[in-house]
Design a protein around this ligand. Structure first.
Ligand SMILES: Nc1ncnc2c1ncn2[C@@H]1O[C@H](COP(=O)(O)OP(=O)(O)O)[C@@H](O)[C@H]1O
Ligand SMILES: [Mg+2]
Length: 405
């Protein structure tokens, strides 16, 4: 009895400590002003709308974003120095407003002086950039940003780079071009619009100036354990079926990153809250730190090193050439391993998506995750989705979701 009571006391103490820790973290973030605020977010939108009123920015959703009838602010997610992420209702539909920087002037302008002065009509025509020149700049930029030269026509490349090319006016004004230019400097916008045919990226509904409006795809309680989720949502996420379904979708995403593009898309920021679920489908909602092969290699080979860990770039692990003391272009792990390690498996701050499987497959799930995180040499160098471990885990998840349905 005394032992039970002591154990209960210990547990209670631990729970209290965790609650205290979370509260202190919350207070310190607030006190240090690191977290976004409603006032700050609204001030940012006000500045955007002032530019729109002065005809210095444009976009298909400016009219709605700048009308208090259509836009309602709900909450913000970003830290002050990070990408701006606002949750809003736009015409009664929930959506996300995002921009890497708060202000348009923080992006490279199409040409210097464009945003100076107050009167948009003061620019002399010879300072205007022709649409043709702009299209060439866009094509070069897209190819550099995506680390490849595409064998597609200029028309097709532009069709993919812009939201609604069919509705693009024939003669874009300097300010319209500048707004598009600020959007194209944001990797996430570029990826999601350029690869809009891929179902595992959120839809981009439109933009205004440097802000783009993205489909609402929340991580929800299934992917992200958070105190903010309601009891009902947390109860549902405790069931194996939705978690196994989400894990299977994540494996589909791993496969797509290896087979759907001109080269492998390396996901280097793998954590549950960077994926969301809409209509029971998982999508990747934060791919700022994701690169195709060439750009990945360029990043990995930069540092000097004395051990392999010196060459890690977020969740993409590099290899040190110990003799030369220089990182190589090689990535040591792959997307499959990163997802097993940082999403499927239990770790500090993450209960693990594949926790508590049905007892009949518990042992096998645990072994497969272990083999995925610590692969043998043959599986380490292979594409993740081509390995036996991937196939077995995929089959197991498919069988178990079919069976539980
Ligand atoms: N499309 C979206 N739908 C719903 N929530 C989102 C969406 N995009 C981002 N969020 C929420 O905002 C958080 C931060 O956004 P994210 O794009 O990951 O920015 P950061 O680069 O700062 O991590 C996400 O973890 C998620 O909770
Ligand atoms: Mg993120």
């Amino acid at each position: 009895m005394a032992r039970v009571t002591r154990r209960m006391l210990c547990r209670l103490l631990m729970v209290l400590l965790v609650v205290l820790g979370v509260y202190l973290l919350f207070l310190s973030e607030k006190a240090m002003g690191k977290k976004c605020t409603k006032e700050g977010s609204l001030a940012m939108l006000q500045k955007l709308c002032a530019l729109y009123a002065a005809s210095k920015v444009d976009g298909n959703l400016c009219h709605k974003i700048c009308s208090s009838d259509s836009l309602q602010y709900e909450r913000c997610f970003n830290r002050l120095s990070g990408k701006k992420v606002l949750q809003v209702q736009l015409d009664g539909r929930r959506a996300m407003l995002k921009s890497r920087k708060a202000e348009l002037s923080e992006y490279r302008p199409l040409f210097t002086g464009l945003l100076d002065g107050t009167d948009a009509s003061k620019f002399s025509p010879e300072r205007f950039m022709t649409q043709e020149a702009f299209e060439i700049i866009v094509r070069d930029h897209v190819q550099t940003a995506l680390g490849t030269t595409f064998s597609i026509s200029k028309e097709e490349l532009l069709r993919r780079a812009f939201l609604e090319p069919e509705s693009l006016p024939k003669d874009l004004s300097n300010f319209q071009m500048n707004s598009l230019w600020a959007l194209l400097q944001q990797e996430e916008y570029l990826f999601f619009t350029f690869f809009k045919d891929h179902s595992f990226f959120p839809k981009i509904y439109g933009a205004c100036g440097h802000f783009y409006v993205e489909e609402y795809v929340p991580p929800g309680a299934v992917l992200q354990q958070s105190l903010s989720h309601g009891v009902r949502e947390r109860f549902q996420s405790a069931a194996w079926q939705p978690r196994a379904q989400a894990a299977k979708d994540l494996l589909d995403i791993v496969k797509a990153t290896e087979t759907d593009f001109h080269s492998i898309l390396h996901l280097c920021d793998v954590k549950p809250e960077n994926f969301g679920i809409v209509d029971s489908k998982v999508k990747a909602i934060d791919i700022d730190i994701s690169f195709f092969d060439k750009t990945m290699g360029d990043f990995l080979e930069q540092p000097n090193c004395t051990k392999h860990e010196d060459c890690d770039f977020f969740d993409c692990h590099g290899v040190c050439n110990l003799a030369m003391k220089k990182c190589t272009r090689e990535r040591k792990n792959n997307n499959f391993q990163a997802i097993c390690k940082d999403i499927f498996r239990r770790k500090l701050g993450n209960a693990g998506l594949l926790r508590h499987p049905p007892p009949r497959i518990e042992e096998e799930v645990s072994q497969l995750i272990q083999r995925c995180v610590y692969p043998d040499e043959a599986e380490r160098v292979a594409k993740g989705s081509s390995t036996e471990t991937f196939r077995r885990l995929y089959r197991l998840l498919s069988d178990s979701t079919d069976r539980e349905m």
